[in-house]
Design a protein around this ligand. Structure first.
Ligand SMILES: [Zn+2]
Ligand SMILES: [Zn+2]
Length: 457
């Protein structure tokens, strides 16, 4: 045909609607579709690298985690915010920090048709603060408490538990500098993880100072690194001068003894930051929340100030962080807000949280499988299925030979199976089989609902 068989441009042309109404309805489809189907490569289309389909029964665990999170958020008076997935690129350049790995290497950034630069959100705090400023939420009384859940995008190297489209559950409390806000957010995190089913996790906290004391610490770190950087890994050598705080994140084994000897930021805090950190710890002690002060916990984002925290869980190996958060008192100003909006928040890596709790899930999701024997029974069973579903039960209606249907009940993990034939219909009593014990009872419609823990209206 004298041209390349298929290109992205062809696909875009195909997706663009034609001007004339009749054009797209020509017999056999419009010419560009026919062209595409003739030469379209026949390789199987798979999910994009680093993305994945979430399938049942795993989606049930996702839903359970999200339901638990919503209940905890409600108890702490947080309300949901849903921000767009697309934002202007400069929001993250300014909000996350132009020198961070996220902004320099990992963002999905593209030029829109009008030439503006857009980015798929790599995290959500900057978006929430943007919305907070844009909608003047600071004008309302009290602390604004907002939570979100949804997909984020970072072009990281795919590895176990890391995805390029990943999900976060997070919250922000904006409008208070008080250490009480920090303690309450951390308490909520602990409640949330417990209610989602995570056990055996560890809470790490630190203070990274503020604009008064952190620059001095960074200077001190830079001086200390001058003497030792030559013995460290390539990343550390590069960061020793440009971004010394990042050296503390290094995971290279040989560098650890050197890093352990570097000065700790908690020893360099100014009076205000020290008092703030002491108060946060005191409030956590009051609540009986166990924590460990981890002086190296500086986190990857530029906007953190004072309190930072992280939750780690052993089941996740080296990628063991389930959640990270901290205070970001200067973020709103860096995004152009005239009024300060001190805040603290966190985000949970939902993919990793689900992975950690997934093993403890039982698969039973179906309450009842109904097996009608014959056409009149099919019609009556359809109505029974509807009524039990209205009562809140999960119900499957399966036609076919009884033996096959009972096999299906086993495969679906149904708690009960209900057999309905002519005799049962005449008597108004039906055979309910408990699938785990094999016991069978003859019960009325109402008794069946009660046995399954529901009631018919
Ligand atoms: Zn290193
Ligand atoms: Zn300070």
């Amino acid at each position: 045909m004298g041209r390349t068989p298929w290109s992205a441009a062809d696909a875009l042309v195909g997706l663009r609607p034609k001007a004339g109404r009749g054009a797209a309805r020509a017999p056999g489809g419009p010419p560009h579709w026919r062209h595409a189907s003739m030469v379209f490569p026949t390789t199987l289309i798979k999910a994009v690298k680093g993305t994945r389909d979430l399938l049942p029964p795993s989606t049930e665990v996702w839903n359970r985690v999200e339901t638990a999170a919503r209940a905890v958020f409600r108890a702490y008076n947080y309300r949901e915010i849903r921000t767009p997935i697309l934002e202007e690129t400069q929001l993250f350049a300014r909000g996350v920090g132009a020198e961070t790995d996220i902004v320099t290497k990992e963002m999905y950034t593209f030029e829109d048709r009008d030439g503006s630069s857009l980015t798929l959100r790599p995290e959500n705090t900057a978006s929430v603060i943007r919305a907070y400023i844009e909608h003047r939420l600071d004008q309302r009384p009290g602390v604004r408490k907002l939570y979100y859940m949804g997909p984020m995008f970072r072009r990281e190297r795919p590895q176990k538990g890391r995805f390029r489209q990943f999900y976060q559950i997070g919250a922000e409390a904006i409008g208070s500098e008080s250490p009480l806000a920090d303690a309450e957010v951390i308490e909520m995190v602990v409640e949330l993880l417990g209610r989602a089913g995570l056990t055996g996790f560890k809470l790490l906290i630190n203070s990274v100072g503020d604009r008064h004391c952190r620059p001095q610490y960074v200077e001190l770190l830079r001086k200390e690194l001058e003497g030792v950087a030559a013995r460290m890994c390539g990343d550390c050598r590069r960061r020793a001068d440009a971004n010394p705080l990042r050296v503390l994140d290094c995971k290279v084994e040989a560098d650890q003894p050197i890093i352990d000897k570097l000065p700790h930021i908690v020893d360099c805090l100014c009076e205000e930051c020290r008092a703030h950190f002491e108060a946060v710890k005191r409030y956590l002690d009051d609540r009986g929340i166990a924590y460990e002060v981890r002086p190296r916990l500086v986190r990857g984002l530029d906007y953190y100030m004072r309190t930072t925290f992280e939750v780690v869980h052993g089941a996740l190996g080296s990628q063991n962080s389930v959640l990270g958060g901290g205070r970001y008192d200067g973020l709103a100003e860096s995004l152009g807000s005239k009024t300060p909006a001190p805040g603290i928040g966190f985000s949970i890596g939902e993919d990793r949280l689900v992975m950690s709790v997934e093993s403890e899930t039982d698969g039973a999701a179906l309450d009842l499988l109904i097996a009608p024997l014959g056409e009149p029974a099919v019609r009556q069973c359809a109505l029974m299925a509807r009524d039990y579903r209205r009562a809140g039960l999960s119900v499957e209606l399966a036609e076919g030979r009884l033996k096959r249907v009972m096999e299906l009940a086993n495969k679906l993990g149904a708690r009960y199976a209900l057999i309905v034939g002519e005799d049962e219909m005449a008597a108004g009593r039906y055979a309910l089989k408990n699938m785990s014990t094999g016991e069978q009872e003859s019960l009325t419609r109402e008794e069946i609902a009660a046995r399954l823990g529901a009631s018919l209206n």
